[in-house]
Design a protein around this ligand. Structure first.
Ligand code: SF4
Ligand code: SF4
Ligand code: SF4
Length: 256
């Protein structure tokens, strides 16, 4: 089948989290006990049972003003997925589907979780404690191969989540960036099948920044002495990200 792409326009995300619920519902993933962390953000992290979550970013802009931004965190479905390199010892454990989806199969139970995680520049794979399987977003390939959109896209009522053939999505992204103007840009890049539209400079989005720091470290993870320095940079980036991660929302609404 043709290559497909999810486009996440965060200028249209209202943090309603219908996408989180739809993902759980379609994929029959369990609810998980969480606790109030002083933030509207919930759950606090991806897990073996949570493959998509809305990250809240809050910046105080005046004594009584708060600027919020939201980031739908999930697998990037990389065109050239580094995580596949971690599955060389178990053929078929991680595969790239014609649709562009990168899929973790039941054979991931035979892989070392830490090794797989170290190959993902974006900190996405999570091990399911009950099954030992390593999980993440599947791009709803079981729906997509039957002509349906991913469950999260279907649930999104604002037009923040969009899905379609890759050339169509790239044209959509180009037009949207032009319409937003200013510092609007894409993340992480066109060599992925999940692409975010950022309405402002990516410095506004600490998650994107932290992951950029992490990327070179992870790709060079196996036996590189430079990993120590990169690890320090990674830690600094993630600490900065975690310090800033708290509640936050967006602007306009549109239907897909
Ligand atoms: S991406 Fe859509 S469904 Fe998900 S939180 Fe944002 S507006 Fe809601
Ligand atoms: S984001 Fe991570 S888990 Fe997803 S395809 Fe890329 S390397 Fe693999
Ligand atoms: S594409 Fe499917 S598996 Fe991925 S986040 Fe959306 S609903 Fe979940």
């Amino acid at each position: 089948m043709e290559q497909m792409t999810i486009c996440i326009d965060i200028s249209r995300c209202t943090a309603c989290r219908a996408c989180q619920v739809a993902c759980k519902n379609w994929n029959q993933l369990k609810a998980e006990q969480t606790e109030n962390r002083g933030s509207h953000e919930n759950p606090p992290d991806l897990s073996g049972q949570t493959w998509n979550r809305i990250v809240f970013m809050e910046t105080r802009i005046s004594n009584d003003g708060i600027d919020w931004a939201f980031f739908s965190e999930r697998c990037r479905h990389c065109d050239d997925p580094p995580c596949i390199e971690a599955s060389e010892s178990v053929p078929g454990a991680i595969i790239r589907h014609d649709s562009g989806a990168v899929l973790f199969t039941e054979k991931t139970q035979q892989l070392e979780y830490d090794d797989v995680l170290s190959y993902c520049p974006y900190d996405i794979p999570r091990k399911d404690k009950a099954t030992g399987r390593i999980n993440k977003c599947t791009m709803c390939v079981d729906r997509v191969t039957h002509g349906l959109k991913p469950a999260c896209v279907t649930a999104c009522s604002t037009g923040a989540l969009n899905f379609g053939p890759r050339p169509e999505m790239l044209r959509f992204i180009e037009a949207r960036i032009k319409a937003l103007g200013g510092d609007a840009n894409i993340y992480p890049g066109e060599d992925h099948n999940t692409i975010w539209i950022l309405p402002e400079n990516r410095k506004r989005y600490p998650l994107a920044q932290a992951m950029e720091v992490r990327r070179p470290y992870r790709r060079a993870a196996r036996g590189k002495s430079g990993a120590v320095l990169a690890g320090v940079l990674l830690t600094a980036g993630l600490v900065k990200f975690r310090e800033r991660v708290q509640p936050n929302p967006s602007e306009e609404k549109a239907g897909q």
